[in-house]
Every structure is written in structure tokens, then in C-alpha cells.
Design a protein around this ligand. Structure first.
Ligand code: AMP
Length: 213
């Protein structure tokens, strides 16, 4: 979808076009709150001029967890437009329960990268944070970055599943994500993140007063 006013999304300009008559595009003028407003448009998440809304899950349970998550958030700020982050949650490990507790949060923003390239960049950030290759799928890690949602896209490839395949069972993703993108509709379930969060087991997911920014 293009705005007929052809506003620019170049890096040094804001996503600002306050006079655009199309309500589906006005969120570009709303600054940091813009993303949230766009998510209220009946769950419709237009990609705009080649930019796509994306939700990313962050987690860490080894090393200086908060410092690592904050470092990852700074890198995501470079990678995404209009990035916003949830608060941080302290969560008990699922699947492999005999490991340290996690700090988890979620971020949203806009990207012009395709899903595969974005995953590549996230995996580079994991390595930069000292994550070693290999290790068990649900085992301890210094940094975990997942693509949770990418616009209203459904992707199923060997390396990538979007929406994230375990989102529905993960209170540690749904709860932080509902803070910043509650109305975003899961493209397969047809339910909002808020609704999914209301239905998930939240035991072991504790709010903190920690922030990533
Ligand atoms: P993890 O150990 O949880 O970081 O899982 C990483 C693996 O999951 C990688 O090999 C990815 O290719 C794969 N994967 C599949 N879907 C996703 C997704 N939506 N976000 C991140 N990794 C994914």
C-alpha cells in the first residue's frame, strides 16, 4: 500500500505525514505510539512503502542477563524503525526446567528486511552476545532472539516458521507482547495477542520493574 503523498521513509527523516487522508496510513505520523495505533485497525497491519511491522522475542538466562538484553535492544534500535520494547519479565524455564530462570521481553518495530535476512541478523546478534552454536534447543543461552510475528505473514520454511510455532503456549512471550502490540491479530489463530495472553498459563511469568530503554 502506498500513500499517494509519497512521503519519504529515508533514514534521516521521521515517519511523519500528518495530513495523509487515509486512516490506515496516518499512524506514520504518530511517533512512538504509531505502531500501537496501526495495530488497532481491525487487526490489519499494512506493510508500508516496503516496511513491515515485526515483533521480536528477547530472552537470556546466562551471564549478565539484563545487560545482554539491553545491549540487544540497542542493536534492534539500529535495525528497526520506531522500535518499542515491553518491560522485562522474570520467567521460569519451560521444557528443560533444570536451568536458571530467564529474563524475557518483546520488541516491535518496522523493518525493510525480509524474514530470512532478519533472522540472519538476529542470529548474528545472538553470536555477538556470546551465544555458542549448538546446544540443546530449549537449553540455557546468553541471548535468544525470535521472530514472533512479521506483519500478517505466514512463513513455513526449513529454517523459519512465522508466527513463531510455540507462541501460543508461551506466556513469557504473549504477556510482554500484549503490553506493546495487544491488538495485533495472530494471522493463523485469528485472535489478538491480548486474547491469546488471556488464555495462556502464566505461572512462572513474573513482572519486574525493569526496562530495556
Ligand atoms: P532457538 O534455539 O530457539 O534460537 O532456535 C533457533 C532455530 O529455530 C534456528 O535454527 C531457526 O532457524 C529456527 N527458527 C524457526 N522459526 C523461527 C523464528 N520464528 N524465529 C527464530 N528462529 C526460528
Amino acid at each position: 500500500m502506498k500513500c499517494s503523498h509519497r512521503h519519504s521513509l529515508s533514514k534521516d527523516k521521521k515517519f511523519a505525514h500528518p495530513t495523509c487522508p487515509d486512516p490506515a496510513l496516518q499512524y506514520t505520523s504518530l511517533g512512538p505510539q504509531g505502531f500501537h495505533v496501526s495495530a488497532r485497525l481491525d487487526g490489519y497491519h499494512p506493510s508500508l512503502d516496503g516496511y513491515h511491522p515485526v515483533a521480536i522475542g528477547l530472552g537470556a538466562n546466562l551471564g549478565p542477563r539484563l545487560q545482554t538484553l539491553r545491549g540487544a535492544a540497542r542493536s534492534l534500535e539500529e535495525l528497526l524503525r520506531q522500535p518499542r520494547f515491553s518491560t522485562v519479565y522474570e520467567t521460569q524455564p519451560m521444557y528443560e526446567t533444570d536451568q536458571p530462570s530467564f529474563l524475557n521481553a518483546c520488541g516491535v518495530g518496522w523493518t525493510d528486511l525480509g524474514p530470512a535476512v532478519l533472522l540472519d541478523r538476529l542470529q548474528q546478534l545472538e553470536r555477538d552476545a556470546g551465544r555458542r552454536p549448538g546446544g540443546s534447543r530449549y537449553g540455557p543461552r546468553r541471548l535468544d532472539l525470535d521472530i514472533v510475528l512479521y506483519a500478517d505473514r505466514v512463513v513455513e520454511s526449513q529454517d523459519l516458521t512465522i508466527p513463531h510455532p510455540r507462541l501460543l503456549e508461551r506466556g513469557f512471550v504473549l504477556l510482554p507482547l500484549s503490553e506493546i502490540a495487544g491488538p495485533w491479530i495472530h494471522p493463523v489463530e485469528g485472535l489478538s495477542i491480548e486474547e491469546l495472553a488471556a488464555d495462556v498459563d502464566l505461572s512462572g511469568v513474573e513482572a519486574t520493574n525493569l526496562h530495556l530503554d
